[in-house]
Design a protein around this ligand. Structure first.
Ligand SMILES: [Fe+2]
Length: 275
């Protein structure tokens, strides 16, 4: 497989391990989801069930949870391998930073066992001290990818936090659905502002494995093509997520072209735009 092939997209955030979180309920959900993702050209998947980082304070509880996910993932991976041999199906976790000192020593907590870790803060609220938390993860030798930063409440008012996270060694992953308004107007405009600054490293589905949910990959792809950001899209959806599988750092993503149109010009004249 070649990561310059447009028909080999990679996805590093989804909830397709059956029965372990709010994603796929059973193997049928998982197989249907993989089939739907494959229709978009996705050929490499790292699925990422939720995991509370505070479990790392209790080795027995952590092992119990990881073993539960192991069993469900192994069964799903076998079925996916038989039905879709062309798809590389791996696992990691989306780790909730519900304590500031989560450790990532167990490779099962990381994306396909690499040095990359997908992280989020609880309930879409940013606690104080997020930069220090990122620094601690990086100092431990790991590469944090912050899941859907555009969805945090109030992030639109303090977007500079994103550049500080990046300076501390984090990478940013925006959800496809955010670009189509799936999480509301604020998340969409924040996602676009992050993209216009060139601060986003990855796009991902965050697909929760239910037949009644949309995936939004094609809507996002269409939007970025219409904005003339085809090259950035290639990095965000294909090259950079594929590099995670090889434990390689993402390539820089060119900022999206500035906002066009009458109101963008007015905002620019008033000095209120923040591109
Ligand atoms: Fe998620």
């Amino acid at each position: 497989m070649n990561d310059s092939d447009p028909a080999s997209l990679a996805d590093i955030h989804s909830h397709l391990v059956p029965g372990v979180d709010d994603g796929s309920r059973d193997l049928d959900d998982t197989l249907t989801s993989v089939e739907r993702l494959s229709r978009f050209g996705i050929r490499k998947i790292i699925t990422t069930p939720h995991l509370d980082g505070s479990l790392t304070h209790s080795p027995e509880a952590l092992e119990a949870r990881l073993s539960e996910v192991d069993r469900a993932f192994d069964a799903a991976a076998e079925a996916v391998g038989l039905r879709f041999p062309e798809i590389e199906f791996r696992r990691g976790h989306e780790v909730m930073l519900d304590v500031p000192d989560v450790t990532f020593d167990d490779p099962r907590m990381r994306l396909a066992g690499t040095s990359f870790v997908l992280v989020e803060w609880p309930r879409l609220h940013l606690p104080p001290g997020t930069i220090q938390v990122i620094r601690r993860i990086v100092a431990g030798g790991f590469r944090p990818i912050i899941a859907h930063p555009e969805r945090y409440i109030g992030i639109d008012k303090e977007l500079d936090l994103a550049v500080q996270w990046r300076a501390a060694g984090a990478f940013l992953q925006v959800n496809y659905g955010s670009l189509d308004g799936r999480y509301g107007a604020d998340a969409k405009s924040t996602a676009m502002r992050l993209l216009r600054r060139g601060w986003v490293d990855y796009l991902a589905s965050d697909f929760h494995g239910r037949p009644d949910r949309k995936i939004y990959e094609s809507e996002a792809r269409e939007l970025l093509h219409d904005l003339g950001a085809g090259e950035a899209l290639g990095h965000l959806a294909l090259t950079n997520p594929a590099r995670v599988f090889r434990d390689e750092l993402p390539l820089p993503v060119a900022p999206l072209p500035p906002e066009q149109g009458f109101w963008a010009k007015v905002k620019s004249m008033l000095g209120t735009d923040d591109l």
